[in-house]
Design a protein around this ligand. Structure first.
Ligand code: ADP
Ligand code: MG
Length: 763
């Protein structure tokens, strides 16, 4: 029996000399069980992953930031705004840039364009008002060599006047600019000195802020650089040594990467031999090492998941060509090489006894529907059902039309499930799905997730279009017994991003368009060429072709000056093209009206279709060769690309005109330029990714995109590949991460990505 008092944190410490009495060693894991008034401690007979020392270290870096000396409630709040709650958060809060404060420059020597450190005395300080009524604060600073003007544009002038008093001496840091021949420094940082202080002595006594390359941290309003630097220094001094290096040197050294702790140390306290510009560009070995570390753990999660799936039992389909051969005979075209290659990759997966998890990427018009149908028929030939999920009702209907057309001729029953379906009709469809008489079921994500019971689901096809979600896949999986999963996406995803995001899926790319498609000539025109555009449309129609005119909105909104599609359609029909037949298509029409309009355009009963973006996923009219996109600057790049994909589908040369008002933002200008330059979906996707960044590119947080702290998918693509290879190799060598090293790595993986991995079904 041993009596122990809990300390104020609730920790329980068994004196080392007592351990052996209980058959315990330091590092053992014990369990405390309540037994009425008594508590029983039991030793767990499993080897702990971490030694006691390591366990303490891991606890330490989870210390809350409020326990750091000098961090009061106010600072806690400010730091929380920057996402810093624990010591660990702080360690990973990296400087945004660095300043070289090794040298003190005399005022005369100050060079415009560089951040420099200088000292001087305030000669005058006052509030200045410009003619336009703007107020700012200005101080003239002087040393023996000359003067420089300091300015603040958004500080509180009253507060400034209190501190910035004539005669005060200080050390200043800031970027020097030049106006006329007056050198100015805006918003300098200052370190005040006692009157008559020895500047060099002050600098020598304050190594956190002077005499070295110093880190500049990201701030938030009210949080000052000096305070932040002080906190960081405290954290580094007290806790950096507690940070464990999860990856072994034997893994890192051959790739020329540093252990985690060394990388962080170098970035917070850079040594003088690293050129400051390399630091500022984030290109040091330490930066790269951190990116590797982040990528590695993400890829490891994917590798674990992928190996898990490949071990599961799935359906081993047989390819007996009952329907697939027939379909090939029915098709009015031959499959492209890319379609055939992707199909054989899919079939190989379907034949294997493990579940397929494959992503098919293919640009608009690359012919994914036929590929999906072929895969579906393989499942149907084997007596299984297929679910096809589309992101929107229109797209589901479109799939149903395309697929129904062929499968009817093959004698395969296809049903469409929409949320608009009611009563008996719906009951009947659900019954057909449940008793197996419907072989292929098409619907939106929502419809298929919620209500449907399958008789024997063998294959799920998810048409993601340009949305990306991990959830749909896992829900679909549960509708059958480990069915095969095929994900199709129309938005070409740059390889690096696809790897990061869909690393647990195998990837197939349809990288070839059906023959006979000519590139679409694309031009950006300003409003002053509208007449020319109308003439071009007229000429095109006289040649027997058809045209689209696309508008961003359906109805005039009060706030915007957009001409609505409705109004414009009338205007075009009555005044501009009175002798042509003009139709209107927008999202607020009833489905059967939309249907009817689309059909008339398809049947050449209309020459011009004025439409909103609903046609983005809707129509396939090879005779349409002209597309005018109004207010093109308001559309996103991938949306423009999707829209443009509606023309250029036949043998005639097609044109796409991007009409803009002229006042373009920088990004809009970039987007339109890319559209002019290329029709290649992959290049457009890369450009889109570059302009918007990964988060926006994917559109949503639920995309499953990890938020890396340091790593950038764009900048560090090659590091990502290395990390991926290392992670996948590790899983291959140490399957299930069972070795001592593997266990620690897995532990760290769960610590970092725990909840996210659960979502992805790994943990
Ligand atoms: P997406 O990949 O955008 O879904 P679709 O499957 O809608 O493309 O195909 C676009 C058009 O190309 C359709 O009219 C389809 O019938 C046609 N198509 C598909 N494959 C071929 C091919 N190998 N040769 C010629 N036309 C094809
Ligand atoms: Mg499609």
């Amino acid at each position: 029996m041993l009596e122990i008092k809990l300390d104020h944190t609730g920790s329980l410490t068994i004196p080392p000399e007592e351990l052996s009495k209980f058959g315990l060693n330091s590092g053992d894991t014990v369990r405390i069980e309540a037994d009425g008034e008594l508590f029983v401690i039991r030793k767990l007979h499993q080897k702990p992953v971490f030694s006691l020392q390591e366990t303490i270290s891991r606890k330490n870096i989870e210390t809350e930031i409020r326990f750091i000396r000098g961090v009061g409630p106010k600072l806690v709040e400010l730091l929380a705004k920057k996402g810093i709650r624990t010591v660990e958060d702080a360690l990973f809060c990296l400087p945004v840039r660095y300043e070289d404060r090794r040298q003190l420059v005399s005022i005369r020597q100050l060079q415009p364009g560089a951040v420099q450190v200088f000292t001087g005395k305030i000669i005058s300080a006052e509030i200045v008002s410009t003619k336009s009524g703007r107020r700012f604060f200005e101080a003239l600073l002087s040393d023996d060599s000359g003067t420089v003007l300091l300015k603040w544009f958004n500080a509180n002038p009253v507060w400034m006047k209190r501190t910035w008093k004539t005669g005060r001496l200080g050390i200043f840091t800031g970027e020097v600019t030049i106006y006329g021949n007056q050198r100015e420094v805006h918003h300098p940082e200052v370190e005040w000195l006692e009157d008559g202080a020895d500047i060099l002595a002050v600098m020598a006594a304050d190594p956190v802020n002077f005499g070295r390359i110093i880190p500049i941290y990201p701030l938030t309003e009210g949080l000052h650089q000096k305070a932040m630097r002080k906190v960081m220094r405290q954290v580094l001094d007290s806790f950096l040594s507690d940070l464990l290096n999860p990856l072994s040197l034997s893994l890192l050294e051959p790739l020329n990467y540093l252990p985690l702790r060394d990388s962080l140390e170098q970035l917070h306290l850079p040594s003088s031999d690293i050129p400051i510009n390399i630091l500022n560009q984030g290109r040091t070995k330490a930066h790269r090492s951190l990116a590797f570390d982040e990528f590695f753990f993400w890829e490891l999660g994917l590798a674990l998941k992928k190996s898990g799936i490949s071990l599961e039992d799935g359906i081993a389909f047989q390819v007996n060509h009952l329907y697939t051969k027939e379909l090939v005979k029915l098709l009015p075209f031959q499959l492209t090489g890319a379609q055939r290659r992707v199909l054989s990759e899919i079939k190989a997966d379907m034949i294997s006894p493990h579940p397929m998890h494959r992503l098919v990427q293919g640009d608009v018009g690359s012919g994914k529907t036929v590929v999906a149908l072929m895969a579906a028929l393989v499942a149907v030939e084997n007596g299984y059902q297929v679910a096809i999920m589309a992101p929107t009702e229109i797209l589901a209907e479109q799939h149903w039309h395309n697929i129904h057309h062929w499968s009817e001729q093959l004698g395969v029953t296809v049903v469409l499930l929409t949320s608009g379906m009611k009563g008996k009709a719906k009951q009947q469809v659900l019954q057909q799905v449940a008793d197996g008489s419907a072989a292929i079921v098409i619907g939106t994500h929502a419809v298929i997730q919620d209500k449907v019971e399958f008789y024997r689901l063998g294959l799920g096809i998810v048409d993601e279009q340009h949305r990306f979600g991990v959830l749909q896949r896992s829900i679909l999986k549960k509708k059958g017994v480990n069915p095969d999963i095929l994900v199709m996406t129309a938005t070409p995803i740059p390889r690096t991003l696809a790897m990061t995001l869909f690393g647990d899926l195998s990837l197939s790319v349809i990288d070839e368009l059906p023959p006979g498609r000519t590139p679409i000539e694309t031009k950006v025109y300003f409003e002053n060429r509208r007449k020319l555009v109308y003439e071009q449309i007229e000429a095109e129609i006289r040649e027997g072709r058809q045209a689209y005119i696309i508008y961003p909105l359906v109805e005039e909104s009060e706030k915007s000056d957009l001409k609505s599609a409705t109004q414009m359609a009338e205007h075009l029909a009555n005044l501009v093209f009175p002798s042509f037949r003009t139709g209107l298509l927008h999202g607020r029409m009833k489905p059967d009206e939309k249907e009817a309009t689309m059909r008339s355009f398809k049947n050449r009963e209309l020459d011009i279709l004025v439409a909103t973006t609903v046609i983005e996923v809707g129509i396939d009219v090879p005779n349409a060769t002209y597309m005018l996109i109004e207010h093109a600057e308001r559309f996103g790049l991938s949306q423009l690309h999707q829209l443009r994909g509606r023309v250029g589908r036949g043998t005639h040369k097609s044109r796409c005109i991007l009409l803009t008002s002229g006042k373009l933002s920088e990004d809009a200008e970039k987007r339109l330029k890319v559209m002019e330059e290329t029709c290649d979906g992959f290049r457009i996707a890369e450009a889109d990714l570059e302009i918007r960044g990964p988060g926006d590119f994917l559109g949503t947080r639920q995309s499953g995109m990890p938020d890396f702290r340091v790593a950038s998918i764009l900048r560090d693509a090659s590091i990502l590949e290395q990390a991926r290879n290392s992670a996948f190799n590790l899983i291959e060598k140490d399957n299930g991460l069972k070795t001592a090293d593997g266990k620690r790595i897995k532990e760290e993986l769960l610590r970092r990505w725990g909840t996210r991995l659960e979502l992805a079904g790994i943990a």
